[in-house]
Design a binder for this molecule. Structure first.
Ligand code: FAD
Length: 393
């Protein structure tokens, strides 16, 4: 019998160490974000519309199907790469970050994990090459209490007929495919919730009003209207009545993505603040010469470092296949707090100029606010963390 030598795994490196492939991937995105995205950010924010040509470039760069296996035309990458992409894009524009985030961490993730082979063959190549995805759980009356949703799906013949309205759906204007949650049996509570794959051209499906928002203005957020929308049974994602599981599990991963969005945007604002502090002179010297300003910039850098390490750790845990629910909730909670603090300080370091739209930092501050709201508010993250650390109900 051949002798097997048991070897201990190599000691883990520093959390912030990236592999050569990851460095190449990140640098490509950074270059794209600087050269192609940054010049468009201000106008897209003002108009509240994301440039479609940039979304096409996301596809060309392989950013919209990062984890999709090669056989379906994707990049066959890891979750960690999706997180790097969200972080890098958000450093320049958090709207760009959330478009890529929703596509990879929610929609593609749901199709990859719960789609059957036929659904994967039908949809994944399109998700990797040109179709934007959206994830529709929230409704006017059900946000934090997501499983109180009212959208109804009734089986009639071979099709489900869906009626109801969804609210706040990111990417809705650009999306060709929606992973949408409805109940097949309101009396069954969360056990009636079922996920459906809906194409934008399905009869009875309409994208409604677009919200005029405080931040991430270029990312579309719309209502969805379903009026006798017929969806073939073959478009049920996963099992009937198991949609709640899909929602819980995809959002657990999504939260790490929002953490990355917040860590990225905090870094973007911090870079502006540091540069400005070295250029702007008061009392005959650069602001950065004053210890009060130095300490603020140092505090911001420290918080960004901690936020980013939490993001990387949670993402690596997910890729390693170990439980990460608590870490994902903590990451989103903390990164959104850091983002709000750092961007607010960046506005202050810019003084009066920071309060105007002629300078970039006020947008970072506006964009940071959403981190505490979507994919579970901060209170909901605290509630998850409390249950896990206290082993409470
Ligand atoms: C820009 C944007 C994009 C979005 N994108 C999407 C998307 O793509 N898909 C999607 O499905 N949804 C999306 N959402 C919806 C988002 O997830 C919800 O807004 C969020 O979950 C909060 O729900 P709500 O707005 O109904 O607030 P509520 O649930 O009404 O909460 C209001 C306040 O009450 C607090 N609260 C509620 N319950 C409790 C409790 N039990 N204990 C303590 N505090 C509590 C909350 O923390 C919050 O502070 C998006 C929202 C926005 C604003």
């Amino acid at each position: 019998m051949p002798e097997t030598t048991l070897q201990a795994p190599p000691p883990p490196g520093p959390l912030s160490t990236l592999s050569d492939d990851e460095i190449l991937f990140r640098d490509n995105i950074r270059q794209f974000a600087e050269q192609r995205l940054r010049p468009r950010v201000k106008e897209m924010d003002e108009k509240g519309v994301f440039d479609h040509a940039l979304i096409e470039e996301f596809f060309q760069l392989g950013l919209m199907g990062i984890e999709i296996p090669e056989q379906y035309g994707g990049g066959a990458g890891q979750f960690f790469e999706a997180i790097l992409a969200v972080e890098e894009l958000s450093r320049v524009d958090a709207s760009a970050g959330v478009i890529v985030d929703v596509q990879n961490t929610l929609v593609n993730n749901a199709l990859l994990r719960w789609g059957n082979e036929e659904q994967k063959r039908r949809y994944l190549p399109r998700m990797a090459s040109g179709i934007c995805g959206a994830y529709a759980l929230s409704e006017a009356g059900s946000g934090s209490d997501a499983f109180a949703l009212q959208t109804r799906a009734e089986l009639k013949g071979n099709d489900y007929v869906l009626n109801g309205r969804k609210l706040w759906i990111t990417n809705a204007k650009e999306a060709g495919l929606f992973v949408l949650f409805a109940t097949v049996d309101p009396a069954a509570g969360y056990k009636g919730i079922t996920a459906f794959i809906i194409e934008k051209d399905f009869p009875g499906f309409v994208v409604g009003k677009k919200e005029d928002k405080l931040g991430i203005r270029a990312s579309s957020t719309c209502e969805l209207i379903l009026e006798d929308c017929r969806v073939a049974q073959t478009n049920v994602l996963g099992e009937v009545g198991k949609g709640y599981k899909i929602a819980i599990e995809t959002l657990n991963e999504g939260r790490i993505g929002i953490g990355a969005q917040m860590a990225g945007l905090a870094r973007g604002a911090w870079e502006y603040a540091g540069k400005y502090a070295q250029e702007r002179k008061q009392f005959g010297k650069p602001l950065a010469d004053f210890q009060g300003i130095q300490f603020q910039i140092a505090q911001m850098a420290t918080e960004i470092e901690a936020a980013r390490l939490m993001v990387y750790n949670a993402a690596r845990m997910k890729d390693a296949g170990v439980p990460f629910v608590k870490e994902a909730a903590m990451t989103k909670l903390f990164c959104s707090q850091v983002a709000e603090r750092v961007t607010s300080l960046a506005v202050e370091i810019y003084g009066g100029y920071g309060f105007t739209k002629d300078y970039p930092v006020e947008k970072y501050w506006r964009d940071s606010k959403i981190g505490k709201i979507y994919e579970g508010t901060s209170n909901m993250q605290l509630s998850t963390i409390a249950k896990l650390v206290l082993n409470a109900k």
